[in-house]
Design a protein around this ligand. Structure first.
Ligand code: MOS
Length: 764
């Protein structure tokens, strides 16, 4: 047997994460691919300008589209004058509700397995206006500039209806119970109100968080071309298969007649789903009989792509004098649009956070006449942890306890709301390692005790948490060539986070092949699989599909190897991989290479397709990633300016598949958390429902100067109940961050700011 990392055999895993199974051997590091800080395999394409994004495809005869948007929140278009636009240079036609192809309403998210739409409203089918900014016309021209100009010449007159656009007014009219993914946003155990009232120490606090809008650097763009009755759509997408199916419902055709490709996406974050721009581009291409490219302007993204709803949250915590939580209350209200399926579920992180004598969690909703809200960067957990973890800090202070000690004292043994055991929970390790590295012990708990010139300096911490999910991702296909090259096909997504790179590592590890012997194909709805890149679950979901396909491949290889092979008589569970072939797991000399097996079988390739089991692990365990966030903030005593000078995220997310891409995911999340804490805020004009700061000039996100060097560490303790020992790393960085910042600002200044974003005016 050859010595070295590649020589060690690994057993081909049974469906290991299934209840009662053994941990997947892959979660160890036999072949040395898992955990490696491998650079992204798509990186060279991107820096060389060879990665072609959705709005860079070109078709002969292609038209460029621009949208005109409604300027009232609710009403009816009484007159739509398109004559000036139609007469403008280069304009081919203007599509409005009067001449657009007839479309069925979009299937809205969570209402069907493959629904991808953010809003169920009919798309340019009638004269109604449902939100301020709804598209009312598509101008099609020979160049983008001509289309953009002509769109400004569209003149609409409206009969306005009374719109509900004020949160306070909506709340006064009455709230409704929040529902999310088919379940109520409500949990109750014991009598939390009474326990809270009887607690000797308590806090009862209100937190508010504003609307947020998606701002991926790549604008939402799409190129649509009908080839006969088949639509080819180059999209920037987090869900190509869902998009194909959903558009097929709208056009009343078979989903196979829609081909959606999306090999590169310049940031998704929940926003790159199905909105009106894709539907309108596809309809316009049909209407015009020519291919259409529609790229939303930055303003257009604010008008057409939903964001995060506003929240008003109450956190009331009661404890005994020893610091044991007796009552945990987290309730409040969030604004959504009438058709949106997703109220901001801010109690989600609280469900599994702390042991408490009694718990009351509740989300109420109101509907505002506005663009549908949607999933956005840790929906629920991002703003929910802000409220919860600031309140925890305030209570710990009242108890004169260190906030880390207080948290660890109230660690639950089992999930406090579901009663399930945790699949793995090493939050204590994350806190310990983080506190040491950050030098938390140097903190002075007294606010305003540290200055540096005119700057007040403080530190704060908070818990980060995000659930493990695994959606049924459908099949993956593996095709193995006689020369020992494997191709994996699955309709997954690369939005810049390293999907293809991490999965290449997973495949190389399982197959016992070098990394350059693997091709990972994704981003095309004609590939197998129904994968959503969201909920920080794509890696686990695809990994499960790859494992299933690999098991099918091993079975087929054993069949092909037959009785003349050293592998004769082995069952898939006995088999391991090494050095471009398979062997008996505990007898590595019983080996045959892939080349040899296929040679003898006179085959050039072997190709299999298989689906993983349903995500039953979620029924047996409470599954969450955790983190401990540490922040040092500096606040200028003269100007109120806030600067983050140090930040550390210490994570417990199971096995890390790729140290480099995971670290980037953590850092990216933390940067978004800094934006949430300090600057992001949609200025929604409550008088008319118009977003007033629809540009990156006025909607502030962190830039390099706002971001310190961010330190990230992790436990790398494999979760025995997930396909690869890994839980998600995508969204957790944004959780806890705003609370760590707010708690640091308090330590610096003595001011508790409970209203995001924490801008300088709130500190002066
Ligand atoms: Mo994310 S908000 O699940 O794309």
């Amino acid at each position: 047997i050859v010595q070295g990392a590649m020589a060690k055999a690994i057993a081909i895993a049974p469906d290991a994460w299934i209840p009662g199974g053994e941990p997947d051997p892959l979660i160890r590091h036999q072949h040395g691919h898992i955990g490696k800080p491998l650079s992204r395999i798509d990186g060279p394409l991107k820096v060389a300008g060879q990665a072609k994004f959705a709005a860079e495809f070109r078709f002969d005869g292609m038209l460029y589209a621009a949208l005109a948007y409604a300027t009232v929140a609710k009403g009816t278009i009484t007159q739509l004058d398109t004559s000036a636009a139609e007469a403008a240079d280069g304009v081919f036609a203007v599509m409005t509700h009067e001449n657009a192809p007839r479309l069925n309403p979009p299937p809205v998210f969570l209402t069907a397995d493959k629904a991808a739409g953010g809003d169920p409203s009919p798309v340019m089918q009638d004269a109604s206006v449902r939100w301020n900014g709804e598209p009312i016309a598509v101008v099609l021209a020979e160049t983008q500039e001509q289309a953009d100009h002509a769109a400004t010449l569209i003149d609409a007159t409206y009969a306005q209806d009374v719109a509900l656009t004020s949160l306070a007014e909506a709340i006064a009219r009455g709230t409704s119970p929040g529902q999310f993914m088919g379940g109520p946003l409500h949990n109750e155990s014991g009598d939390a109100a009474t326990d809270f009232a009887q607690s000797p120490v308590g806090v009862d606090l209100t937190f508010t968080t504003p609307r947020h809008n998606h701002n991926a650097i790549e604008l939402h763009g799409v190129t649509a071309a009908w080839e006969g009755d088949t639509l080819r759509l180059h999209d920037a997408s987090q869900l190509v298969a869902h998009t194909a199916w959903s558009l097929a419902q709208m056009f009343g055709i078979d989903e196979k007649q829609i081909i959606v490709t999306s090999p590169f996406v310049g940031g998704g974050f929940g926003g790159k789903c199905l909105w009106q721009h894709q539907m309108l581009a596809a309809a316009a291409a049909k209407f015009a009989g020519r291919p259409v490219r529609l790229t939303l302007s930055r303003e257009g993204v604010y008008r057409v792509v939903g964001g995060r709803g506003q929240t008003e949250q109450r956190v009331a915590l009661g404890a005994d004098r020893n610091g044991n939580l007796r009552a945990l209350i987290h309730t409040g209200v969030t604004a959504k649009s009438p058709g949106a399926a997703m109220p901001e579920p801010f109690i989600m992180p609280t469900r599994s956070a702390y042991a408490a004598g009694s718990i009351l969690l509740d989300v109420r909703t109101v509907d505002l006449d506005s663009l549908a809200n949607t999933f956005m960067r840790a929906p629920g957990e991002s703003v929910g942890t802000f409220a919860l973890e600031c309140a925890i800090d305030e209570l710990a202070e009242k108890l004169s306890m260190d906030p880390i000690e207080f948290r660890l004292k109230n660690e639950p043994e089992t999930d406090p709301t579901s009663g399930l055991p945790f699949s793995a929970r090493h939050i204590d390790v994350a806190w310990k390692q983080g506190a040491e590295r950050f030098k938390w012990h140097e903190r002075d708990a007294t606010p305003r005790s540290r200055t540096d010139g005119e700057w007040l300096v403080g530190v704060g911490c908070a818990t980060a948490t995000y659930p493990y999910y695994r959606m049924p991702g459908g099949a993956a296909r593996i095709t193995l060539r006689r020369d020992g090259h494997a191709t994996i096909d699955i309709a997954a997504h690369e939005m810049g986070m390293g999907t293809a790179t991490a999965q290449t590592q997973v495949c190389a590890e399982r197959l016992g092949l070098p990394l350059d012997a693997i091709t990972f194909n994704y981003g095309d709805s004609t590939l197998p699989g129904v994968v959503l890149a969201g909920g920080s679950q794509q890696t686990a979901s695809i990994g499960a599909s790859v494992i299933a396909a690999h098991r099918a491949l091993v079975k087929e290889l054993l069949r092909l190897a037959g009785n003349d092979s050293p592998l004769a008589g082995l069952k898939p569970d006995d088999v391991a991989s090494r050095d471009g072939g398979i062997c008996k797991a505990d007898e590595e000399a019983r080996f045959e290479s892939y080349t040899s097996i296929l040679d003898r079988a006179k085959r050039d390739t072997v190709s299999v397709e298989a689906s993983p089991p349903m995500p039953m692990e979620l029924m047996h365990w409470s599954m969450h990633s955790h983190g401990a966030m540490f922040c040092e903030a500096r606040v200028n005593q003269v100007t109120g300016e806030i600067r983050i000078s140090r930040f550390l995220g210490s994570f417990d997310c199971g096995r890390i598949i790729n140290a480099k891409t995971a670290a980037s995911q953590f850092r990216g999340g933390i940067i978004m958390g800094l934006g949430l804490a300090l600057m992001e805020e949609t200025q929604f004009d409550e008088r008319n429902g118009r977003i007033a700061n629809a540009s990156l000039a006025e909607y502030h996100v962190p830039v390099h100067m706002d971001v310190p060097e961010i330190d990230v560490i992790w436990t790398d303790i494999a979760d025995p109940h997930t396909p690869m020992g890994a839980r998600g790393v995508g969204e957790i960085g944004i959780t806890g961050t705003a609370a760590a910042v707010a708690n640091a600002v308090y330590n610096a200044t003595g001011n508790r700011v409970r209203d995001l974003p924490i801008t300088l005016d709130k500190l002066l």
